[in-house]
Write a protein that binds this ligand. Structure first.
Ligand code: CA
Length: 228
């Protein structure tokens, strides 16, 4: 899951970035409204945590412009304690939820899980054949057995699973990981895919390579029939 944090207070921002990365999310951080607007217009995120009091462009304007582009990414706004009018304006402008500062990280994480659940409409998660994945718990299981995956393998698996049966380009995978603040090369993606394959193959779940196009997590052939 790739999250954008738009927050100009460095202490709050650092805390958020650190905590969300630790829970396995790819996190990007911007400190002004104009940067947030540019990031949202150029990359795809799964969630936006938006401070309303941002320099250069207000969080409310960022949100209005986002929704005007018909971008439905879930948004949690951060407002000051006495900001009742801000909260109302934020929700009216299309925010999904809000938190008043100061807030506990655990509460933000709980709100994020709730939004993700609402977004997928499936609290139990996604499954492909014997492989199941819970976006809420952020764990994958093969035939009910927990799979041991690194944070990056988990991110890649999530992306491939959400698009199971479709091709995901190497660039898209790089984009999902680049929120880690490090450069991720296309070669590194090959390494992660190789490791993922080794963990998934014993369960019969295959990631195929389509030369020059990308990767595809195969849905089991049993569409409509009961082919083993
Ligand atoms: Ca602020």
């Amino acid at each position: 899951m790739r999250i954008l944090i738009a927050e100009d207070d460095p202490v709050i921002a650092d805390g958020l970035v650190h905590a969300l990365r630790k829970s396995g999310c790819a996190v990007d951080h911007v400190a002004s409204g104009t940067e947030a607007d540019a990031a949202l217009a150029s990359a795809q995120f799964d969630l936006l945590v938006l401070d309303l009091g941002l320099p250069k462009m207000s969080g409310l304007d960022v949100l209005r412009r986002l929704r005007a582009r018909k971008n439905a990414v879930p948004v949690i706004i951060l407002t000051a304690q006495d900001g009742l009018q801000d909260r109302v304006a934020g929700l009216d402008a299309g925010a999904d939820d809000y938190l008043t500062k100061p807030f506990a990280l655990a509460e933000l994480e709980a709100r994020i899980r709730a939004l993700v659940r609402r977004g997928t409409g499936n609290p139990t998660g996604i499954s492909v054949g014997p492989l199941s994945y819970s976006q809420v718990e952020r764990v994958a299981r093969m035939n009910g057995e927990l799979l041991e995956l690194s944070a990056r393998e988990l991110v890649l698996l999530e992306v491939l699973l959400l698009r199971a049966g479709r091709v995901v380009s190497k660039d898209q995978l790089v984009e999902q990981l680049c929120g880690w603040g490090e450069e991720v090369s296309a070669n590194a993606i090959e390494v992660y895919i190789h490791r993922l394959r080794k963990k998934l193959e014993p369960g019969g779940v295959l990631i195929t390579t389509l030369r020059g196009l990308g990767y595809c997590l195969q849905k089991p052939a049993a569409t409509g029939g009961s082919t083993e």
